[in-house]
Design a protein around this ligand. Structure first.
Ligand SMILES: *[C@@H]1O[C@H](CO)[C@@H](O)[C@H](O)[C@H]1NC(C)=O
Ligand SMILES: *[C@@H]1O[C@H](CO)[C@@H](O)[C@H](O)[C@H]1NC(C)=O
Ligand SMILES: *[C@@H]1O[C@H](CO)[C@@H](O)[C@H](O)[C@H]1NC(C)=O
Length: 536
């Protein structure tokens, strides 16, 4: 602050001592032998007489000199202009003009060898590739048109003619010379300038453009809803504009209309970003049938536009959704029904074909303990049927059985032996027999307790008659066992074939046989006459 405030008075002080304002000295270069004009551009003092002085003429008013003296010095004073027609080293020096604070000119006359002069008198010019290019001969220190007797006699370029290129190329880059000629008293005087042409790659033309929406965009909307469609554009001229139309007519900009548009403009450097917002207060059926056009009017000439339409929002069909859900549910129910209905077949099929055998080692020696109980009716299995059942289980289906009359050591007490057997088996099969060969029904209660305690699987084979009269007629112990286990009904003759449902059920309820190698691929055929071994 301090320095800035002090500087102007200091400089004025300096000027009043030396008579020279250092910041007002203008250096002017002229080639020896050429013309130069110094112009006193004081604008404050109106028509006051301009006094030119030269440092080489003892501060005399040059205008007061006779024209002979002026001619001798090679000078010509014409109002505000000081003309030097044919500059020589003698003209070099300081010139000033007044009124007011003096303007100083430092005239430097260049010899053709002077490098500095060459540089100081070059003027740059830029043109773009493959575009027309006109060089301008500089108008520096040239005589004002108002000076009488000095007339311009044209400009000559060393090349090209008139300094004009119809299409400039990179190799046109270089230094060009123009010479201005003036006539004074039938004598020709010259001023030479050099212009340095620089050829640059073509400048990309900036084209105004609509950035969104895109042409033919469809806006989905619910009837009665409010919709705003923003048309965004980037432009480069103040007069460029963005408008909304439907058909040939412009959309209203008055916001009391149901459809109108408003806009914002944002200037960022050379860019103008404009957003014209088309507002539908409540979208109507009629709006859906129309198309709207956003138009960019550019002063550069190229207008562009995008057209949009509205469409009613499509809601997902609930019918097809419901159908799909019902379909999935039907498939699930079917799958469950099929599984329940064919659970047994599926399980047995897997066991038979894929060899799904129980491989868990639970320390038990038998797959099942087959035990008889006394059937009240004579529908129970007779001796042969029972034997057939046992051998089919062992031979045909590969089960390892514990049989009371075969595997129980005779020495033991019956009850103890039976419990031992149950302990060693993974399942218990209770078979009704007519002549009771078993250990007697007295054991049944003990068996029930043992089964519950050990959680051993129980398959309770019953006859059709037992099934019918189950409640009531059976001893209580048997009833308990029937309820605790899986029941399989023996239907006499029809149950004998190995493909019968009796066998399927029995096998299904039994655990898978442990040792697959025990399966013998032979077929027993049983009848009430006994069992036969049929090679397959
Ligand atoms: C012209 O003025 C400058 C200061 O601005 C000075 O250095 C120079 O010597 C002067 N030249 C002549 C020829 O008086
Ligand atoms: C907009 O339109 C309404 C109704 O047509 C009119 O009363 C109002 O003057 C208009 N406003 C302008 C700013 O034109
Ligand atoms: C344009 O009109 C809408 C609806 O009336 C309004 O929400 C929004 O602010 C307006 N925008 C401008 C820039 O005025």
């Amino acid at each position: 602050m301090m320095v800035e405030a002090l500087l102007p008075p200091l400089l004025l002080l300096l000027a009043s001592f030396t008579g020279v304002c250092p910041w007002r000295t203008r250096q002017t270069y002229v080639r020896a032998g050429e013309m130069v004009v110094l112009y006193c551009s004081h604008d404050r003092h109106g028509d006051a007489k301009v006094i030119w002085t030269s440092s080489s003429s003892q501060e005399r008013d040059l205008a007061d000199m006779s024209s002979a003296e002026q001619t001798q010095l090679g000078l010509l004073v014409r109002g505000r202009s000081l003309v030097i027609l044919n500059a020589s080293v003698n003209n070099q020096g300081n010139y000033s003009c007044s009124p007011g604070s003096r303007l100083w000119f430092s005239l430097i006359v260049c010899t053709p060898q002077s490098r500095e002069c060459e540089e100081r008198t070059q003027y740059p010019h830029i043109c773009y590739r493959q575009e027309a290019c006109t060089l301008n001969c500089p108008e520096v220190n040239i005589p004002a048109v108002s000076i009488t007797n000095i007339t311009s006699n044209g400009i000559i370029w060393n090349k090209p003619k008139d300094g004009y290129f119809s299409s400039v190329e990179e190799n046109d880059h270089g230094v060009y010379t123009c010479t201005r000629s003036y006539l004074y008293r039938r004598q020709e005087y010259h001023m030479t300038f050099t212009v340095v042409l620089q050829v640059k790659p073509k400048e990309k033309k900036k084209v105004p453009v609509i950035t969104s929406p895109r042409n033919r965009d469809v806006f989905e909307v619910d009837l009665g809803a409010t919709l705003v469609v923003d048309c965004k554009a980037v432009m480069y001229a103040d007069l460029d504009d963005v408008l909304w139309f439907h058909g040939k007519s412009e959309v209203e900009t008055n916001n009391s209309f149901p459809v109108f548009y408003n806009y914002t403009r944002e200037v960022k450097g050379a860019e103008i970003k404009m957003t014209a917002s088309l507002v539908f207060k409540k979208v109507s059926e009629e709006d859906l049938s129309k198309s709207y056009t956003c138009r960019l009017d550019a002063v550069s000439g190229s207008s562009s536009f995008v057209t949009i339409t509205l469409a009613q929002k499509a809601h997902p069909s609930y019918v097809s959704l419901a159908l799909a859900v019902v379909g999935v549910m039907v498939v699930m129910v079917l799958a469950v029904v099929i599984y329940v209905r064919f659970k047994m077949n599926i399980t047995l099929f897997l066991r038979d074909t894929l060899g799904c055998h129980s491989s868990i080692s639970d320390g038990k020696s038998y797959d099942a303990f087959v035990m008889c109980y006394k059937s009240d009716t004579d529908a129970g299995l007779n001796e042969d049927d029972r034997k057939c059942l046992e051998s089919a289980l062992e031979e045909r289906f590969g089960y390892t059985l514990c049989l009371y009359d075969r595997d129980v050591s005779p020495g033991k007490a019956a009850a103890e032996a039976v419990l031992d057997c149950i302990e060693q088996s993974r399942a218990v099969v209770l078979v009704p027999t007519s002549p009771d060969p078993g250990p007697g029904s007295g054991l049944l209660s003990a068996i029930h307790a043992a089964l519950v305690e050990r959680q051993t699987r129980l398959i309770f084979i019953q006859t059709e008659t037992t099934e019918a009269t189950r409640s009531g007629s059976l001893p209580e112990a048997l009833q308990l066992l029937g309820e605790a286990g899986d029941c399989v009904t023996w239907k006499g003759m029809s149950s004998m074939p190995h493909s019968s449902s009796f066998w399927k059920q029995l096998r299904y309820h039994l655990p898978a046989p442990r040792e697959a190698s025990n399966i013998k691929r032979e077929t027993f055929t049983c009848s009430n006459l006994g069992c036969y071994l049929m090679p397959e």
